[in-house]
Design a protein around this ligand. Sequence first.
Ligand SMILES: Nc1ncnc2c1ncn2[C@@H]1O[C@H](COP(=O)(O)OP(=O)(O)OP(=O)(O)O)[C@@H](O)[C@H]1O
Length: 324
Amino acid sequence: MSLLELDDVSVTYRIASGEVPAVRGVSLTLDSGAALGVAGESGSGKSTLAMALLRLLPRDARVGGRILLDGEDVLTMKWGRMRAVRWAEASIVFQGAQHGLNPVRRVGDQIAEPLLVHGLARPDAARKRVAELLDQVGMPAWRARSFPHELSGGQRQRVMIAMALACSPRLIIADEPTTALDVMVQAQVLTLIKELVAEHDISLLMISHDLSVLADVCDQLAVMYAGRVVELGPSGEVFHEAKHPYSRALAAAFPTVGDPVSRLAPKGLGGDPPDPMQLPGGCSFHPRCPVALDECASLDVELWPAGEHRTAACVHVRAKEEAS
Ligand SMILES: Nc1ncnc2c1ncn2[C@@H]1O[C@H](COP(=O)(O)OP(=O)(O)OP(=O)(O)O)[C@@H](O)[C@H]1O
């Protein structure tokens, strides 16, 4: 059964000079207990999509489509219900924990806050739960008394994860949870996320520009380009044998040391992602695509079946499918 279902979700920011179509017609599902990764370069709309899920976008953002969390449409929820859902049913871990934590409050108080606000524990029980949560993220209980500036980047990110776990949500959205960390700490935090998700049967929607990280943690991978999903499928398959030329280039941009598959992959992408206010006609990727055909300048192909449980939005995939 799907815990999260996105149906034709779009997000447009209204700014002084016009409209920015940041997310365009995204449909995805995340099953209970599963992990879905959303990959893409900077500006592809990943964070906008994540924020839309819990209605955390600024007022100038207009969201369309349907976002069903356990069958309930997030976009039409009353604010009271929305507040109850945040933390308790779905929580979010942001990129760079220094921005997510209050610098002048002890971390234990911050971890306890969602429990107290949602009336899930009285202060004494909340204190015990904080110690338990710190233990789960590999930190000693006395750290509850620390202020964020007394912790390392990795420890701060662990605190954010403890906060996200506090109310035992069914869904955690992790937006670049390890990007600001050095490689060793990144690996530790990723292992922690994997373990916690498996142990607590939590569904995970994880966002990263790094396909290799997502392939390691997630079951399914969605690759976004210019606000659209251009490829979707089991993560190992999308990472190692991507069907869309953009996913192939993205995978090649993060070669795995000693992995012959990634060494054979095409080189990283040239050029820049397009300005969403001036998207190229046809397939948005065609000006950067190494295998573009003339028709790609005018034809915007939808997601086509690309093997079992896989889809990709590319004219070559469509041609192969039509020929078979
Ligand atoms: N508040 C805003 N007002 C106007 N445009 C915005 C706003 N926030 C984001 N955008 C634009 O929406 C597009 C998608 O941005 P978003 O931050 O979702 O991308 P991203 O893939 O998460 O990038 P990154 O990895 O750099 O965080 C970008 O073109 C960005 O400039």
